[in-house]
Design a protein around this ligand. Structure first.
Ligand SMILES: [Zn+2]
Length: 248
C-alpha cells in the first residue's frame, strides 16, 4: 500500500474538509458548505463520501480529492499536502523509509498486543446483537460499520467483565491486561472491565500502535467520556488531542 492509499484508507473527505469548513449536514453522504474558494451566500460546495471527493458547482466549477482540497485551501504542493494528511491520519512519515508495512512488522509490546485484541473484541461487539443500539447511533452520524472498523471504533458491552472474560478465554497475558488499563480493580477489590456500555475508539501513537481507548457513554451515564488511565504506553497529556470525537 502506498502512503497515498494508506492516507485515503484512514481518512474520509469529510474528516479532511471539516477541519476547514462548517458543513451543513456532516452526517449526510453528500454534505454541503459555502465554497471556501469563492464568495457566495448559498452553499454550492459539496462533498461525496462515496467518492471521497469535493466539488464547487458554482463559480469555481472545480473539484477533486482530499489532496487537491488541502493543496488549494493551504496553497501548498502535493508533497506537503500528503505529509500534512499523513500526520493527521497518524502515520509517521519520517520513520517509514518508504516501507508502508514496516511499522506493522515491528515487534509490538505486550501492552500494544492486548490492546489490539481488545480493539478486535470491541469491533465484533459493535457488529453483534449487543452493539445494535451503538451502531444505530453511529449510523445516525454517518459512520457505518465499515467506517467504524477503519477508524478503530467499537463497542464495550455492559456487564462487569465481558472483555475480561474474553481475554481470559484466549489466555491473554494477564499482567499486560492490567497494565494496559483494560481492567481495573473495583472498590470491593474485584476486577472489572474499564469500559462498559460505551462506544470505544482506539487511540494510536504515530506508529499506529494502539496505546489506549477513548469511550463515550451510551445514554446518560457519567462521565460521558472516559479514557484509558495513564499507563506505561499511554500519556494523556500527550495524546488526547488526537481524539477527534471529543467535541460531539
Ligand atoms: Zn467555488
Amino acid at each position: 500500500m502506498t502512503l497515498v492509499d494508506e492516507v485515503k484508507a484512514r481518512l474520509t473527505i469529510v474528516d479532511v474538509v471539516s477541519d476547514y469548513l462548517a458543513l451543513d449536514n456532516p452526517s449526510s453522504r453528500t454534505p454541503k458548505a459555502l465554497c471556501p474558494f469563492h464568495e457566495e451566500r448559498t452553499p454550492s460546495f459539496s462533498l461525496s463520501l462515496d467518492h471521497d471527493s469535493w466539488r464547487c458547482w458554482g463559480a469555481c466549477g472545480v473539484g477533486g480529492g482530499m489532496f487537491d482540497f488541502v493543496m488549494r485551501a493551504d496553497g501548498i504542493e502535493f508533497k506537503e499536502a500528503l505529509e500534512k494528511l499523513a500526520r493527521k491520519a497518524g502515520i509517521e512519515t519520517e520513520l517509514r523509509n518508504g516501507n508502508a508495512d514496516g511499522r506493522r512488522k515491528g515487534r509490538k509490546s505486550a501492552l500494544h498486543q492486548v490492546n489490539e485484541v481488545a480493539e478486535e473484541f470491541f469491533f465484533r461487539q459493535l457488529e453483534g446483537a449487543q452493539g445494535e443500539e451503538a451502531l444505530a447511533h453511529l449510523k445516525s452520524r454517518g459512520i457505518d460499520s465499515q467506517t467504524a472498523c477503519r477508524r478503530g471504533i467499537g463497542f464495550a458491552p455492559g456487564g462487569v467483565n465481558s472483555l475480561f472474560a474474553h481475554l481470559k478465554s484466549i489466555g491473554a497475558d494477564s499482567q499486560a491486561v492490567v497494565q494496559a488499563g483494560l481492567i481495573v480493580k473495583g472498590e470491593d477489590g474485584s476486577w472489572r472491565d474499564m469500559f462498559a456500555n460505551r462506544i470505544t475508539i482506539s487511540i494510536r501513537d504515530p506508529r499506529g500502535n494502539i496505546i489506549g481507548f477513548g469511550a463515550r457513554a451510551m445514554g446518560d451515564a457519567q462521565p460521558k467520556y472516559l479514557n484509558t488511565h495513564e499507563t506505561a504506553i499511554f500519556n494523556k497529556s500527550q495524546t488526547l488531542y488526537g481524539l477527534h470525537w471529543a467535541s460531539d
